[in-house]
Design a protein around this ligand. Structure first.
Ligand code: ADP
Ligand code: MG
Length: 392
């Protein structure tokens, strides 16, 4: 996927309007996690170094078209200022005369941060009359917000119709390089690991990856719908009865395509889910009728680990079990560690999905994975093979 990148453009003396993802977690009006701010810095710094003026815009939370004081980006701007060591000028509007004046009067070396885009209901409905106003705030438009690229909003899609030069920021470029590279020209063997709660949430990913991968490992809550198709007793484990047909079709499709699908061979079961429940490991054909399986068992962890170890490219989306609870976290931990080890041996490893990325972060393994996507929903849609409006 060839996209014009910010590094392809001459930014000297240019006002560069950047859609960033500053939708950071807040505690009151304090930023509680600055990961997304730090992730935006390479692009901002690149513009400054090239002699351009960065004009940043983002949404924060869900103000639903109202001006909500607690969702102002002003405190976010203060944190950014500290991280950058540069003056960040917060403007109390994102379009209109005040924003235009702030951009016009900006001194070189400063950074402009426009107010929360979603204070205007026109942002999410992608109103052309709103999007056109962005044209007054920059010479070049850059999208660096991969996390919102799956939404056709005024600041991600509409805006592009009013700029002659639109480009990907460094973060966006990195996402496209890794995710796009894995899907378009993966170095084989290509192993995908898919988990999470539901077949319905992941079936499009599974189907899309089937035409790309050599091996597909399926864990998480969706495995039990497959088990049911195979005639196994699944007890109280997650079942989507109306997806059994799809699961069956996937198994058939894999066989036709010569893709090896691996489902768990053993399970961690318990009568109920909880922090303090006592668990039992059983083979997959011995799940007790009155118990629920909520993680892959030790033999599966080993098998999955061995297959991941053979890979040159690994894509992982979806936890292997109810990892939020200690008794069911080992499957997810094992896969995360297997990816880290594969990375060390030179494989390209990619993690997508909000909860999967959070699990990897909790384990402190982000730096040992080639790429952990910053876009939860966006990375899923990408893996489903969909065109993301903000990328297009
Ligand atoms: P992501 O956000 O990474 O795409 P998902 O949203 O698809 O991941 O899935 C994450 C959820 O799946 C977690 O809350 C986890 O508890 C749940 N889950 C995983 N395995 C099971 C299981 N066996 N039974 C019930 N829920 C599960
Ligand atoms: Mg999720």
């Amino acid at each position: 996927m060839e996209k014009l990148a910010i590094t392809d453009l001459d930014l000297t003396g240019k006002r560069v309007l950047v859609r960033v993802d500053f939708n950071v977690p807040m505690k009151g009006t304090t930023v509680s996690d600055d990961t997304r701010l730090r992730a935006s810095i390479p692009t901002i710094q690149h513009i400054l170094d090239a002699g351009g003026l960065p004009v940043l815009m983002s949404h924060l939370g869900r103000p639903e078209g109202q001006r909500v004081a607690e969702l102002s980006l002003e405190p976010v701007g203060r944190v950014l200022q500290t991280l950058l060591g540069r003056e960040v000028v917060s403007v109390s509007e994102c379009v209109g005369p005040e924003a235009v004046a702030a951009v016009k009067n900006a001194e070189t070396g400063t950074v402009i941060l426009l107010e929360n885009l979603r204070f205007h209901k026109e942002e999410e409905v992608n109103a052309p009359g709103f999007a056109i106003q962005f044209a007054e705030l920059g010479d070049i438009y850059v999208n660096d917000a991969f996390g919102t690229a799956h939404r056709a909003h005024a600041s991600t899609e509409g805006v592009t119709h009013y700029f002659s030069e639109c480009a990907a920021g460094l973060l966006m470029q990195k996402e496209l390089d890794y995710l796009g590279g894995a899907l378009d020209e993966p170095v084989e063997p290509f192993v995908a690991v898919i988990g999470g709660a539901k077949v319905s949430g992941k079936i499009d990913v599974v189907e899309h990856l089937l035409s790309k991968v050599n091996v597909l490992l399926i864990g998480g809550g969706m495995a039990y719908t497959f088990f049911k198709v195979m005639g196994l007793e699944i007890g109280k484990s997650l079942l989507e009865e109306d997806r059994m047909g799809v699961a069956e079709a996937v198994l058939k499709k894999a066989e036709d395509a010569g893709v090896r699908i691996e489902l768990p061979v053993d399970c961690v079961v318990a009568p109920d889910l909880g922090e303090d429940v006592s668990t039992t490991v059983v083979p997959r054909d011995a799940i007790p009728r009155d118990q629920e399986s909520a993680d892959i068992g030790p033999e599966t962890r080993e098998r999955f680990g061995e297959l991941i170890a053979t890979a040159k490219t690994v894509v992982w989306n979806g936890p292997m079990g109810v990892y939020e609870m200690t008794p069911f976290s080992q499957g997810t931990e094992a896969v995360a560690n297997a990816l880290a080890q594969a990375t060390e041996r030179g494989a390209t490893t990619i993690v997508g999905g909000g909860e999967t990325a959070a699990a990897v972060a909790d384990m402190g393994l982000v730096d040992r994975i080639s790429h952990v996507s910053t876009g939860g929903g966006a990375s899923l849609e990408f893996l489903e093979g969909k065109d993301l409006p903000g990328v297009v």
